[in-house]
Each structure stands twice: as C-alpha cells, then as structure tokens.
Write a protein that binds this ligand. Sequence first.
Ligand SMILES: Nc1ncnc2c1ncn2[C@@H]1O[C@H](COP(=O)(O)OP(=O)(O)OP(=O)(O)O)[C@@H](O)[C@H]1O
Ligand SMILES: [Mg+2]
Length: 571
Amino acid sequence: MAALLLRHRQVSTLGVSGILKDKLDPCRPHVESRLGALAGVCNLLREYSTSNDNRAHKFDFLDLTCPHAWYPVARRKNRKIFLHVGPTNSGKTYHALKQLESSPSGVYCGPLRLLAWEVAKRLNKANVPCDLITGQEREEVNGAKHKAVTVEMADVTSNYSCAVVDEIQMLGCMTRGFSFTRALLGISADELHLCGDPAAVPLIQEILKPTGDDINVQYYERLSPLVPSQKPLGSFKNIETGDCIVTFSRREIYKLKGQIERGRKHLCSVVYGSLPPETRTRQATMFNDASSEFDVLVASDAIGMGLNLNISRIIFSTMKKFDGVEMRDLTISEVKQIAGRAGRYGSDFPVGEVTCLHADDLPLLHSSLKSPSPILECAGLFPTFDLIFMYSRLHPKKGLYRIMEHFLENAKLSENYFIANCEEMLKVAAVVDVLPISLHDKYLFVISPVDMRNEISSQGLTQFAQNYAQKGIVRLKEIFTPGTLQVPKTESALKELESIHKVLDLYVWLSFRLEDSFPDRELAASQKAICGLLIEEFLERFGWQKQPKTRKLPSRVNSGFLLSKETRQYV
Ligand SMILES: Nc1ncnc2c1ncn2[C@@H]1O[C@H](COP(=O)(O)OP(=O)(O)OP(=O)(O)O)[C@@H](O)[C@H]1O
Ligand SMILES: [Mg+2]
C-alpha cells in the first residue's frame, strides 16, 4: 500500500459476517439524511427527553407508520407539488430548473454530486447565486439564496420558495431510497418540483395523501428520437466518433478501452463509479469537447442518471450485470436510463441510436425499450437518529448494531414503505460499537460514505474511529505518508489509488462534521486532488496515443504537506 499506513488488516465484524453478505449496489450509502440530530432535534426528542421514563415507555418508537409527521416545518405548509414525468431526455429537469431559477429562494436536490455541480454551475452562470453543498463540499457564494445539494444533504428545517428533487423514482432504491422519501415528505417549499419516471406517480400520490398537498402531474415527451438499431455492432472496427460503450465492471472498461484504442482510430474517455467524481467530470468533459482527441466513451451505469453527454450511440457490451449475488439481466428502467443518454436534445447528435455488441442481446434491448417501467410500489424509509436515540434510552445496554438490527426486524411500516437495506451500515456499527464513543458519534461513522466492500476504505474508517476514540483528534499524517503517491503503472495500482482517494474523501466528510477532531481537511482535499490527477495521468498514458497531450506532471508527485508550485496549479 503506497500511501496509507493502515494498522489493521482485518476489519472486525464481530461475527456478523454470516448475516452481512456483501452486496453490490449502484447507490452509494451516502446517508446523511439520518442525521436528524445535527439538523435539529425533532419534536419527539424534545417532548420525551423532558418527560419521565414511564411516559417514554408508553411511546412506541418502532412505529414508523406516519413518517409524514416527522417533518413539522413542511406540514405547516400547503405545498404545491409539480410532478414532471416522462421518458429520458424530455426536458423534465430543464423545466423544473427554470422554475427554480425564477424563484426568490430554492434548493435543487440531485442523486449525484455531478448533477449538483452541473446545476450550481448553471444557476451561477445565469446570475442566480447558488451554493454547492454535498457531503464533501461546501462552496458558498456571496448572497446566495439558492443551493444545489445531493439529496442526502437536503435541509428539512428551512423554508424555500421552490425546491426540486430530481430522479424521484429513486425513492424505491433499496439503500438510498429513504433519503428521497425524506426529501419528498420533509422539504418545506411553497412549490416542490419532482422529476422522474412516470412509474413513481401512483406511489407519490398515495404517500402524499396524508399531507394535504396539492399535486399536479405534467407528462413530457422525448425531445429528440431514440432509435433502437436492428443490427449489432459486431466488431470494434465499427466504432465511430460519439459512441459510448457500456459495461459493468472496471476490468471490462479497461479491456474495452484497450481493444478500441489498439485499432488506432479512437481514444476513449472512461467513466465509472469508483473514479473520483472530479476525474469523472473531466473525463466526460474531454469526451464532450469535439476538439479533444477522446472521441469515444467507455462507461458503466454511472452515466445512467440525468447527465447530459455528447453521445450519438449507446452500445451495450452486455445486457447482464452482477448485482452482488448473481449475474442478472438489466432491468427495464436500467436499460431505458442508460439508452436515454444517446442523442440528448441540444447535443451534436439530433438523433440517438442504441444497439448491442452482440446480436443475441438485441431482443432484450428492444423489448425493454418498448415496455413501461414497472409501477413502483414502496418507498424507502429509515428511522431518524432521534428515534434511535430515544429507543436507546429505554435499552441502554444495547449497542448501535443491536438497536439498528432491532429496528430492521421490528419496525412497523405502512404498506407504502419498506425499511432501507443497511447491511453496509451494520458492518460499520459492529466496528464502532466496541469503541468508547457516544451513540451520536457512532451514528456519524455509520452514515459516513465509507465503502465497506473495499478493504482499504474500511480499514481507513476503522483507524479514523479508533484514533478518534483514543485521542479525540485524528491527524491525517498518522495514516498518510507524504511523498508516496505515484502515477499508477498497473490496474491494481490504479485500484489502490482509487481506494486511497476514498479514504481521503472520508476524512474530508468527517472534517465537516467533527471539525475540531479532524483538523486536516485542506491537506486531505489537496491529496485527494493529486490522486485525481495521477489517475487521469494513468488514463491518458494507458493505451494508444496519437499525440500525447498530457500535462507535465512528474511521475512521482511530492505529496508532502508543502505541495510544489507546479502541482499546486492543478489542485
Ligand atoms: N425547452 C428547452 N430549450 C432548450 N433546451 C432544452 C429544453 N428542454 C430541454 N432542453 C435540454 O435538453 C437536454 C435534456 O433535458 P433534461 O435534462 O431536462 O431531460 P430529462 O427529461 O430531465 O432527462 P433525464 O430523464 O435523462 O434526466 C438538456 O441538455 C436540456 O438543457
Ligand atoms: Mg433529468
């Protein structure tokens, strides 16, 4: 391991590994929204913390049947809800953003950091000052009354004139769905614009019934045609400028990039989930830029949501994906979302095309594109920290792991809801439960954006939590060796650098919540940026190059605490 000095090779799961089967999920557990305690203590907490225990005993904290009542600020409003629904590339987000732009104050809540960035950029460009707030960024603009945030950061205690929740069908996502439900029920805005798939309409109408909000549904049509091809691509010789090949593992992504570049006609940008978001944006920008040599994109389903890319044709290299348990066919919504990136309105390609690499896959592609997405039946839900905290007062001997497990098994839900899948969070709970820190601090680690499937990332979390418990302060240099970051030379070195980036990202996230105890945010952020640059250097060097136009970065960057002037300009 190049730069991280992680002391504990094995993350202790306290014997829960049998229960906690690793599951791949496209949705990262970026679950800030459970941090009710930081956003302000809810009514329940106020009421019961001052009452005697008898009264608290009578209250059923496991009863989650009325989640709309968790948000008193929103309930005081009679919100006007606008549901913008239709196929991909139909202008849903565009119309909602127009309303946001013309409102005196507002918030955009998106499912991806990249989308929040895009919206903040767009509003600021239109002279509407807009802050950018994600788990790891706070970019505040003077006088801003607008915010672009990731949905987990949505504030349910402020009042806005207008709010937009994009990709609202994500409320059905097993891991992140509850953050969308929280935004739907909890954002206090005069106008709430929801953009997404028509499959979510009946569920949203049902969920909002007890709120008394007015609901207006607006249906949209695609703005430019999407043509499913009758012919497969067959061979990489047939790749053309503007093509995007989709595959689902990073190994396949690099394999395909190599195969295409060996033909010496095209250079490929890549976009996939574990690339740092800044790198993803720059790769996408290079591909979008007609004057760049990178004219083909090789991507995973990380491109599948809301993004506007300059894609002429989507080519599925496979119609199957490993979901953590088994290889399964892509769902109808996945196929539509991904295919919907081709021929975006206003891009260089007025007509989008979609095909598969292999002829055998074409029938599933065609049938998926013709079928409506299955109607969503349930929305995700998770108890707020306040409920967990109150429950813990009645059961002081139970650790966070047992409390969460108890909620998972015993929570009472109405038929429109399911309780979120929190296997990843349980793994963290098992790690932090043995440490002498408060329930609130444990909870904070549990909802942090750690990837427990990634060994380096989970070791980073363990070490941060242990150092925090032992000393109350976590210096980055205790686990980070300066001067050791290098341009990766192999794919495994690349993977390691991506993981180091995740650990640094986690440090930044913690530094925003435990500021005094994680004081090295700037250092972590600059090291993160260097990781991104080194990864990009790798991407540019990897494979055939017509004219290497790479920036002059030394192959071994001095990633010490004093960055060289040369490197600083990239950071
Ligand atoms: N009326 C319009 N005038 C100019 N550009 C538009 C208009 N409507 C949409 N666009 C542009 O068309 C593209 C697609 O629109 P948008 O992103 O709103 O689609 P969407 O329905 O939200 O798609 P998705 O489901 O993929 O999120 C965007 O680049 C957007 O700026
Ligand atoms: Mg959209």
